[in-house]
Design a protein around this ligand. Structure first.
Ligand code: NZQ
Ligand code: ZN
Length: 391
């Protein structure tokens, strides 16, 4: 096990009608002037925004509404949000929505506390030393941003999609009511499930040794997600399946499954270029890239892929043919993705083979010459993985 520091300060309020707590939680965290940030119309249509507003009014909290965050959120709205936060002397940012609204809220919170251009914090020109506090009412279990240290934004100039890591990005609280996810279209449910599984794989596929506890936690969480996802896709109003997926999405990315392990994150790097170039749903891009990454890296650690196949996908073990078992596990993962309605090839997301060199150029700008730690991927490796994803 590697040395580690684990910091997860978020207070979680989980369950039916949990959003009613938002006013009290804002008071508890000394919020007096709140910017409520959200995406498109889903929270208006579902009535959630109205309930959140009532709870804030009851608590006597002043607030300003600021919507418009799009999937793969953009810098333009962040700049507007920062201006608004300054003009309104905002002291707390409340995100109501999914990873996109949350990440946009986090970026506004960073930018409002930084005197220069917030993008300096994303391209390494300045260090994060402050941020407004952020709270979350989650509507889609997927990105794990409700507890993560990360905030991913796409800058319109060059369409550069980048994340920035800081403990300042960890929300003060996250309200998670599984009932709020009943209205998710099946595609978004499936993309969310894929994303949280990917967050676990990025940690599971590690060069670190002697990490049995987190190996088993990763495998158990993956098994629970697979079971619950099959139910939730069939029965969108199944509370227990939705609840399992919601909490799994949070623990998949709050850091607890990665402690003591060197994490990888190369598949996220490969995917972020797809969602930057084609504006595809992040989870769908991962459904395309992860099977390709796994096939390409299976020989790096056949034993690890073998235990994944046996412990998560229920592939019968065959100690004499470990690679056969490993590949059967990857095939089972791909079949699961198809079952839940995810694309698994470039074609399925409208990505084009002829754009691969552009994807690689941008990947190098964003991530440097090599990627990942499970296998250090060169440009040529990344090209091969993109090519595998075309098949
Ligand atoms: O905008 P609205 O109208 O709310 O619609 C959203 C959006 O179209 C809809 N939706 C959300 N909750 C709903 C709902 N529709 C009906 N009922 C509900 N309850 O779903 C669509 C997707 O929402 P979005 O917030 O984009 O989804 P997600 O949570 O998957 O976030 C994706 C973003 O997070 C980033 C991704 O790259 C992407 O930009 N990530 C953030 C991470 C982090 N901060 O730690 C880590 C991840 O790896 C990821 O990179
Ligand atoms: Zn992700």
């Amino acid at each position: 096990m590697e040395n580690f520091r684990f910091y997860s300060p978020t207070e979680f309020v989980f369950g039916r009608q949990a959003e009613r707590e938002v006013g009290k939680l804002l008071q508890k965290h000394k919020a007096t002037r709140v910017l409520v940030h959200f995406g498109g119309g889903s929270i208006i249509q579902s009535g959630l925004l109205g309930r959140v507003e009532s709870a804030m009014k009851d608590a006597g909290v002043y607030y300003v509404l600021f919507g418009g965050a799009v999937p793969n959120p953009r810098s333009g709205l962040v700049y507007q949000g920062i201006e608004l936060a300054r003009a309104e002397q905002i002291d707390f940012v409340l995100a109501v929505g999914g990873g996109s609204a949350i990440d946009s809220a986090k970026a506004i919170a960073l930018g409002a506390a930084y005197p220069g251009d917030f993008w300096d914090l994303y391209d390494g020109k300045a260090k994060i030393v402050a941020a407004l506090p952020v709270g979350v009412v989650l509507t889609i279990p997927a990105a794990g941003s409700e507890a993560s240290a990360s905030a991913v934004i796409t800058h319109e100039k060059g369409m550069l999609k980048r994340g920035v890591l800081s403990d300042f990005n960890r929300p003060k609280f996250a309200i998670i009511n599984p009932e709020l996810t009943y209205t998710l279209p099946p595609y978004q449910t499936a993309a969310g499930v894929t994303d949280m599984m990917a967050h676990i794989f990025e940690r599971y596929l590690t060069p670190s040794k002697h990490v049995e506890l987190t190996d088993q936690l990763c495998e158990a969480t993956l098994r629970a997600i697979v079971g619950a996802a099959r139910i939730a896709i069939r029965e969108p109003l199944n509370y227990e399946a939705r609840a399992t997926i919601c909490w799994a999405g949070t623990i998949a990315h709050n850091g607890s499954l990665g402690v003591g392990r060197i994490e990888d994150w190369s598949t996220h790097g490969l995917e972020h270029e797809l969602s930057a170039l084609y504006d595809v749903t992040h989870g769908a891009g991962l459904a395309v890239m992860f099977p390709a990454f796994m096939k390409y890296t299976v020989d790096v650690d056949v034993e690890r892929y073998r235990r994944l196949a046996v412990n998560v996908w229920g592939v019968p073990d065959d100690p004499d043919h470990p690679k056969r078992v490993a590949l059967a596990g990857i095939a089972a993962f791909e079949a699961f993705l198809k079952d839940i309605g995810m694309p698994t090839t470039f074609e399925g997301i409208g990505a084009k083979r002829e754009d691969i060199e552009t994807l690689l150029d941008k990947l190098e700008i964003n991530r440097g010459k090599t990627l990942g730690s499970f296998m250090k991927l060169t440009r040529s490796d990344c090209r091969n993985i993109y090519l595998l994803a075309c098949e």
